[in-house]
Design a protein around this ligand. Structure first.
Ligand SMILES: O=C(O)CCC(=O)C(=O)O
Ligand SMILES: [Fe+2]
Length: 330
């Protein structure tokens, strides 16, 4: 990237990323018995071992109803075009958007990159969540990817499904073990409305090849999937009450089923990473197809005249929520 582009990105990033840091208690190093969690005063022995073995952990009733209702209200404002923020992305269901004119939230499958929309970004700063995140990432924490997922009632095409995948497919930074996703149910999620499905223990497997599934009704943008997972592996349908939060490793194979109900299924999530994670040569990990699509989306937002790389995209949309920013700078 030339120096003009670099300084322009830095200016954009500084303007957008002026959030206040939160200081929380520091985790105290690692114990060789554990790979996926850090020493911490919060997780019980049972919880810690469960995450080590399975790659996910559900914490009941972590986020109260009031802020969740606030997030719903702000989501609806965004869908109605009454609110927006720099770099925010609104994704629509391929089948619903094609078949009819749909105002409001009806066809919106998710909004992404709300790091510059404070009323939603408050979710990523929830102290109760950060306390858990610190157990996986350590004390210096970046919010690297934000989503509010609004699984619409399936229009009969099954396009509301999310194919089985590993989130690490999208992330050009490592180590993977210092990245975690927090995913909070904004209402009761069940098999009927398409709860998360996880394959316990698959966080111990390497990153697999991701492609678009060959679905008859089409597939939503960036809904890549793994075709060659072992179908005999046990699947857990993670049914959750409103406010329950699941933390999961970026290599765990997961997805979600179709929403067979008449209501929406909403969840809000943030991927966190240690700010000490380092950027890697993304050509070797993120597939060229995926990388190209992510860059295309980003260029629409920052302008075609700025040469931008995949690591730049992630730095631009990441925001410090605790401690010091070491490596997510230009
Ligand atoms: O909420 C869901 O359906 C799963 C979303 C997901 O795994 C993702 O967007 O990476
Ligand atoms: Fe995912």
């Amino acid at each position: 990237m030339d120096s003009h582009a670099k300084s322009r990105l830095q200016v954009i990033s500084n303007q957008l990323n002026s959030g206040k840091d939160l200081k929380l208690q520091q985790c105290s190093g690692t114990d060789s018995k554990y790979r996926y969690t850090l020493d911490n005063p919060l997780l019980s022995q049972e919880q810690r071992q469960f995450y080590e073995d399975n790659g996910y952990l559900v914490v009941k009733n972590l986020v109260p109803s009031e802020p969740l209702q606030d997030y719903v209200d702000h989501f609806q404002k965004i869908c109605q075009g009454e609110a927006s923020a720099p770099l925010l992305v609104v994704m629509r269901d391929v089948a619903i958007a094609k078949s009819e004119f749909v105002p409001g939230e009806k066809a919106v499958t998710k909004i992404q990159s709300f790091q510059n929309y404070e009323p939603l970004f408050d979710y990523c700063r929830t102290p109760e969540i950060l306390k858990y995140v610190e157990c996986f990432c350590g004390a210096d924490i970046m919010a690297v990817h934000t989503m509010l997922i609004n699984k619409p009632p399936d229009p009969g095409t099954k396009t509301s499904r999310h194919p089985l995948h590993q989130d690490l497919n999208y992330f050009p930074f490592r180590p993977a073990d210092r990245i975690v996703c927090a995913w909070t149910a904004m209402e009761k999620v069940t098999r009927a409305n398409g709860c998360l499905v996880v394959l316990p223990g698959t966080h111990k497997e390497p990153l697999k090849k991701h492609t678009y599934p060959d679905w008859e009704g089409g597939v939503n943008k960036l809904y890549y999937g793994i075709q060659d997972y072992d179908p005999s592996l046990p699947k857990i349908h993670v049914e959750m009450e409103k406010g329950d939060t699941v933390f999961f490793h970026p290599l765990i194979i997961h997805g979600s089923g179709a929403n067979k109900t008449t209501g929406f299924r909403k969840a809000i999530s943030c991927h966190y990473a240690s700010s000490k994670c380092h950027f890697i040569n993304s050509n070797e990990t993120v597939s060229p197809e995926t990388g190209h699509e992510i860059l295309q989306l980003a260029r629409k937002r920052v302008g075609d005249d700025v040469t931008i790389t995949l690591p730049d995209v992630w730095k631009l949309q990441s925001r410090l929520v605790q401690g010091t920013n070491y490596n997510f700078t230009f």
